[in-house]
Ligand binder design. Structure first.
Ligand code: FES
Ligand SMILES: [Fe+2]
Length: 375
């Protein structure tokens, strides 16, 4: 018999100090480490300062006058002001709105306006940042502040002239990054959740160090009939997944889930489509394809938010390599994963004495009808 664990209290992240990441999780794992997309480059102009809440921490994201983006813990070490609310960029430093202290991109205090000296102890935690293909701001997060343990290999499609400009989509999901990522190996759910013609065939799933690669054969429905295609996914850590679709039109999708905390994530989809010759047809085909992928993402929603995480799932002999995926993903939890002892990690119960909200039931019912009406 399995136990259903009550979820732990996760009400705390907003109240935690910046050096105490929220590790409470409703899953048997916390926040993974890796490179994560914290903004699209166009969202952060030179001189701009914005608040972010990722990795269970209050953060400040800013771009200095030389164009370099920085991600740092949000609270000024002087007296705790949130640097994103009123903070100003001064050259290559960020000035606190409270008493005017300045900090550089490494978090070093470079100026105290009413003192001749600086304070070497007043250091702000800074996260390594790189700008991917001039379009995405990626930051390295490790719960123990380790420097990057791997580098990103940037696909050539991102800068190729044979591909369209980027198309961006953004989602928030109240579920852990790993739960979403498990979808990438889950061929059978396409038939039932996304109503595809067949269960896609996973041709291979290989993991090596911090990378994982899945190759599959898929059939895409189109107004002109069903088209054979392929879906290949290449992951570099938990926050950089490149999906290449071929069959209808070659599309390259960079999916980045960034942990908001252990139980929530934000997903940024960044698409590029191989040019079909003229801009008009490329854009209309690509638009339709992007819409289809986003519709599929929304189909997954009610599953993700309502599902339990089973540490010992009951699998079919023909199921895809879920446990191989989980073993690969587990390396990114610096503090490990709870043992696979058959515990069921369930979502939070409804408020005391209440049944689940009406909208949740409607979402589930809609999803169920969607799949059963086609069987
Ligand atoms: S709190 Fe930032 S300078 Fe005082
Ligand atoms: Fe899905």
């Amino acid at each position: 018999m399995t136990d259903v664990l009550p979820p732990r209290d996760t009400s705390g992240p907003a109240a935690l100090p910046a050096d105490s990441p929220a590790e409470e999780s409703r899953y048997p794992f916390g926040i993974p480490y890796g490179w994560f997309c914290v903004a699209w480059s166009h969202e952060l102009a030179v001189g701009e300062v914005v608040p972010r809440f990722y990795f269970g921490r209050h953060l400040v994201l800013w771009r200095d006058d030389e164009g370099q983006a920085h991600l740092q813990d949000a609270f000024c070490p002087h007296l705790g002001a949130h640097l994103a609310y009123g903070g100003q960029v001064r050259g290559c430093a960020l000035q606190c709105p409270f008493h005017g202290w300045e900090f550089d991109g490494d978090g070093v205090n470079t100026r105290i306006p009413y003192s001749e000296r600086t304070n070497a102890k007043a250091k702000i935690r800074s996260y390594p940042v790189q700008e991917v293909a001039g379009a995405l701001v990626y930051a390295w997060y490790h719960p123990h502040d380790e420097p990057p343990l791997f580098e990103l290999d940037i696909p050539e499609e991102f800068t190729s002239e044979d591909f369209s400009d980027w198309t961006f989509r953004h989602f928030s999901v109240p579920a852990a990054c790993q739960e979403l990522a498990e979808n990438s190996v889950d061929g059978p759910h396409f038939r039932y959740v996304h109503n595809t013609e067949i269960v896609p065939e996973i041709v291979s799933y290989e993991t090596e160090g911090t990378t994982a690669s899945m190759r599959s054969i898929q059939k895409f429905p189109t107004p002109r009939g069903v088209v054979d295609g392929k879906i290949n996914v290449d992951n570099q850590g938990p926050g950089f997944g490149v999906t290449r679709f071929s069959g209808i039109v070659d599309t390259c999708l960079l999916g980045s889930a960034v942990p908001v905390d252990a139980n929530h994530c934000e997903v940024r989809f960044s698409f590029k489509t191989r040019s079909l010759g003229d801009a008009q047809s490329t854009s209309s085909v690509s638009e339709a394809f992007v819409q289809e992928v986003c519709n599929q993402f929304r189909d997954d929603w009610p599953i993700w938010i309502n599902k339990a995480h089973l540490t010992r799932p009951a699998l079919a002999d023909t199921d895809p390599p879920f446990m191989k995926f989980r073993k690969w993903y587990s390396q990114f939890y610096a503090d490990g994963v709870a043992p696979a002892d058959g515990v069921v990690y369930a979502p939070a119960p409804p408020p005391a004495g209440q049944q689940p909200a009406k909208w949740e039931r409607e979402h589930l019912t809609a999803s169920f009808k969607h799949r059963t009406s086609e069987d």
